[in-house]
Design a protein around this ligand. Sequence first.
Ligand SMILES: [Zn+2]
Length: 290
Amino acid sequence: MLSGPFGVGKRTLAKLLVLCLFCENRTDAPCGKCKACRRITSGFHPNCLRLGLLPNTKSIKIDQVREILAQLSQYPLESGRRAVILEDFDLFTVPAQNALLKAIEEPDEVTVYILTATNEKSVLPTILSRCRFQRLPAWPDDLLESHLISQGFSTQTARDLVPLSGGSPGTAVRMAGNEDFWALKSRADTVLFSPADLSQIPEISEQLKEFRQEAEQLLNYLEAKALASFSAGAPEHPDPEAYYEASLKHRAMLESLFLARRQRASNVTWQGIADQLLLNILEDNQPCPW
Ligand SMILES: [Zn+2]
């Protein structure tokens, strides 16, 4: 079982493992060039089966599992190994998971089952107890940044994305394609982070009102921004005292975001929350703690 956050690379690793299993090039597997590699890459290897979410569905049902079990028992397969990739196993319904129990418990000699899951807690203990685990951690910021640049993102975009991605390349790519997010970011930066002083509060408060529908996204963005600058300044800061001051402000910012979330959960009006947030940002006449 390969488990880890959304977009961290579970499917990519599963595919790589299968390529290694099937590649005909024993000294340099996976070579990506042999017949087996090419068939797996194009999704047409008879001995490699895959089961995952169908478009516009939220779970994997028992019927889909029965189909793949029937395929495993009936179809004439080529000699050699078989691989079954069960994607998003945490989204398999309980009956669907149960239907696979026997197959996973007593796989025949040639079959390898590779499961992926974002949330292990949604997998039956009976299944978990039969798995060997590889847990994929979040990517470190610098590695994620260079990966995004290697994928064609500009350095600035990569830097914007890293703190918002939770160490997940998949999330970064998803955020990159989310035009609503970039529009929100640009609006939030203009409203909150252009030079401001206390006399502008009424004006900014008025502009913040318009974020009501996107309050959650705005809070997410502010939190990511606060966390990013909090960790960015830490190592070898030239002025320890200034860094200490700054870190107190970051902390205060995170606390006020936390408070804003709590208020939202208890149905305080957005205007009330936004004004409180704004006051916290501008507290001590500091235009912006970042
Ligand atoms: Zn190969």
